[in-house]
Design a protein around this ligand. Structure first.
Ligand code: PEP
Ligand code: MG
Length: 575
């Protein structure tokens, strides 16, 4: 360790915990391909070499897709990669380049990939722009097939000491992680909402994305420490730092173990008030984690994930089965299904409607009302599933009274259609809306009058209140849940709901941030919906909170205007 340089890199921690291990660099298609000339009589052989590599990767992806069937979200990613590889732009065009320029197959493939990436970058639609990463990942696989995999060098006995360092990681690579025991991974690119980050969280491995140049700065086998909670990567830590992180790692693991003990403990505050702790899910495949977390309901089922990474739309039957599966596994506990929140960063191929500013465009309820057939299909599927459990309907991104009225008319219409067919559903299904646009929080009484419950989507509420695109890394530092404007809107909504007897929950990331639990309780929140992995930590904080004290602390904090003072008061509240 003496002759090595120690340094730290900072990125976005996407999965908490500490990992300590040796760097294993995974190569990047774009950076590491050599160029050489092919003699005229060897061109056909070079093309055949390329074709063989493509065929090998197709087989490999097919195997991964079948082994990933239990993880529907991941299987969808892999199938997308299979489609990309089948496209002649990637599987055939490089042949012409090899012939025309007499270059090696790797070089031709990377040339063509760069060309395609340029085309994707020029697209208006964010979802399509992001697909450039998928094209690069597929190309990287083919390059690996051409040059031989570096990964083969890793013996399984070493894996638990290995930290994977990559420019980018594909979801397909992440599935392979399931079969390995790597300590963690870090990447140069990707935001916290990237596919890789989503899958990383579900794997529960300490991970950091967006480190920018980590792959260039780190050498194979260098000692690394990942602090996935704070997004810090330490390269060649000195003895003291290493010892500190070993301690931190032990504490983290011990804490996780200890938390499991409160899995079935009712979530009540010191003074005996019951708090609902619900889970957020994207797909039915997340239910195992939910049941393990001890959640007493699903507070947010982001149904649009059933629609992503595919070319067609899921039909009524497919949707019905997905909602019913979740309702049945919750055995009568509430399941809040949010109707499609498409638009902005989530769009489907069959119904592209992006517009010049997707976050402010035809998103969520606006999109649904503009696509009545699609919306009715979903409403019918949700209603039919309501016969099998306590399913509730949640409308996203509502800003106007007429949007709610219109949606309620469509719910009624869907019910009438089911009546005509004699299909059962819960006629008293509860209907609520997300408060995630400042207008909704300010005019909350207009909502309360029309709905059975509200759910505050703080992710978008912060985005729209502070005018920052939540997917744009360059303004990520301005994303502040403690901004007085945000807190005022949250407090206003909770207060109005309590006054009218309409339940209010928070289902955005603020609900899963343990630093904010007491503050939210003090503001009167009684329902939290969080990622299953965060639930027990939140429960622990609930168990340690005295509501009267939290209320006093929250009131004091709400009177402060200065950011530093707000932080001080938050520390005091949590102290
Ligand atoms: C939110 O906006 O806070 C929310 C929960 O919804 P999503 O993150 O899916 O937009
Ligand atoms: Mg939202």
């Amino acid at each position: 360790m003496a002759d090595t340089v120690s340094f730290s890199l900072f990125g976005a921690g996407v999965s908490p915990g500490v990992a300590i291990g040796y760097a294993h660099l995974i190569s990047s298609a774009r950076l590491e391909v050599v160029h050489y000339e092919i003699e005229a009589d060897k061109i056909d052989a070079e093309i055949a070499r390329f074709d063989q590599a493509v065929a090998r990767v197709q087989t490999e992806l097919g195997l991964i897709a079948s082994s990933a069937s239990a993880l529907a979200e991941m299987a969808a990613f892999v199938n997308l990669h299979r489609m990309i590889l089948s496209d002649s732009q990637l599987s055939a065009a490089p042949r012409d380049i090899i012939r025309a320029r007499r270059c090696n197959a790797e070089w031709a493939l990377v040339e063509q990939t760069e060309h395609l990436v340029g085309q994707f970058e020029a697209m208006d639609d964010l979802y399509m722009r992001e697909r450039k990463a998928d094209v690069q990942q597929v190309a990287e696989r083919v390059v690996k097939a051409l040059t031989g995999s570096a990964r083969a060098r890793l013996g399984p006995s070493h894996e638990e000491n290995v930290i994977v360092v990559a420019h980018d990681l594909s979801p397909a690579d992440m599935i392979l992680f399931k079969q390995h025991q790597f300590a963690g991974f870090v990447t140069d690119v990707g935001g916290v909402t990237s596919h890789t980050a989503i899958v990383a969280r579900s794997l529960n491995l300490p991970a950091i994305v967006g480190l920018q140049h980590a792959r260039q700065m780190i050498r194979e086998n260098e000692l690394l420490v990942i602090d996935g909670s704070d997004g810090i990567l330490i390269v060649n830590p000195d003895r003291q730092v290493l010892a500190e992180y070993q301690l931190k790692q032990n504490e983290f693991q011990l804490e996780r173990q200890k938390l499991k003990r409160i899995r079935t403990t009712p979530a009540t505050t010191i003074d005996g008030s019951a708090i609902d702790l619900y889970a957020n899910i994207e797909l039915p495949a997340d239910m195992d984690d939910v049941l393990e977390s001890g959640a007493t309901g699903i507070g947010l089922f982001r149904s649009e994930f059933l629609f992503l990474n595919r070319n067609d739309l899921p039909n009524e039957e497919e949707q019905f089965e997905a909602y019913r599966e979740v309702a049945e596994s919750m055995q009568g506990q509430p399941v809040v299904v949010r109707t499609l929140d498409l638009g902005a960063d989530k769009t489907v191929n069959g119904a592209e409607r992006s517009g010049p500013n997707p976050s402010l465009g035809l998103r969520a309820i606006r999109f649904c009302l503009a696509e009545p057939q699609m919306f009715l299909t979903q409403l019918r599927a949700i209603l039919r599933a309501s016969h099998f459990g306590d399913i509730r309907l949640l409308l996203p991104m509502v800003a106007h009274a007429h949007e709610i009225d219109h949606a309620l008319v469509m719910v009624k219409q869907a019910k009438q259609m089911l009546d005509l067919q004699g299909l059962p559903y819960n006629p008293d299904i509860l209907v609520g809306a997300m408060v995630e646009v400042p207008a909704a929080a300010l005019a909350v009484n207009m909502f309360i009058k029309r709905l059975d419950f509200l759910s505050i989507g703080t992710n978008d509420l912060i985005q729209y209140t502070l005018a920052i695109d939540r997917t744009d890394n360059s303004v990520a530092h301005l994303y502040d849940p403690l901004h007085p404007a945000v807190l005022t809107l949250v407090a206003n909504t909770i207060r109005a709901g309590a006054r009218a007897g309409v339940p209010v929950s928070v289902c955005g990331e603020m609900a899963g941030d343990v630093r904010l639990t007491r503050l939210l309780l003090g503001l009167g929140l009684r329902q939290f919906s969080v990622h299953p992995a965060q639930l027990l930590e939140i429960k622990q904080q609930v168990l340690r909170t005295d509501l009267a004290e939290a209320k006093r602390g929250a009131a004091r904090l709400m009177r402060a205007h200065d950011p530093e003072r707000i932080l001080q008061l938050l520390d005091r509240l949590n102290g």
